[in-house]
Design a protein around this ligand. Structure first.
Ligand code: SF4
Ligand code: SF4
Length: 185
């Protein structure tokens, strides 16, 4: 079982879907905004398979109703076989991931647990660690979280250590879980 999308249709705006010639960050021409897919059940397989983290009923207590993507402005998805979380924000609310304390706490908490956390915030990317976050230089990024190609961020080990990303996160207990983490330059 999973939670129902209800009137949320935000992924139909943010993600690229080449099968219906849809670029990222614009509404799909088939979307009935606030209702659902206008070509269901003939929608592409990629749409049928798409599942944001908010829909995962195991996370209901953490990702509460107010964090439904259309309400909080951020769609979060699992990636890398569950080892990573990617977040994408509405173009008109590019810092929703950071401005919403609960979303931010969730992302920092996931990073503290060793999950790789990446965010697309408008036109720029951030990586989030247990001890801070960093805007990523464009030459570290391959692809696009919400695009149709492979997405990857190559993070130097020194930056991983500084931010508390990946295996290093396990070595630092007493991790921040609220919006108190600082940008690390
Ligand atoms: S973003 Fe999540 S909750 Fe919203 S429509 Fe897409 S899958 Fe459903
Ligand atoms: S085809 Fe349907 S489900 Fe897929 S992006 Fe368009 S409106 Fe959304």
């Amino acid at each position: 079982m999973s939670r129902a999308c209800g009137s949320c249709t935000l992924c139909c705006r943010l993600f690229a879907v080449p099968e219906v010639l849809k670029p990222r960050d614009v509404w799909c021409r088939h979307c009935v905004i606030g209702h659902g897919c206008g070509i269901y059940p003939d929608w592409p397989k990629v749409c049928n398979d798409f599942f944001c983290l908010w829909r995962d009923e195991r996370l209901t207590k953490v990702l509460t109703d107010d964090l439904r993507p259309d309400r909080c402005g951020t769609v979060m998805v699992a990636a890398g076989g569950g080892t990573a979380i990617c977040a994408v924000c509405k173009p008109d609310q590019p810092f929703a991931w950071r401005d919403n304390d609960k979303v931010f706490a969730f992302l920092v908490g996931a990073a503290a647990a060793g999950t790789s956390v990446s965010v697309r915030s408008g036109k720029v990317y951030f990586v989030v660690g247990s001890r801070g976050y960093l805007e990523v230089p464009t030459d570290w990024v391959t692809g696009d979280i919400a695009g149709d190609g492979e997405f990857k961020i190559n993070i130097p080990d020194t930056v991983r250590m500084k931010l508390g990303i990946g295996r290093h996160a396990q070595q630092h207990p007493g991790l921040p879980t609220t919006a108190t983490a600082n940008v690390v330059h």
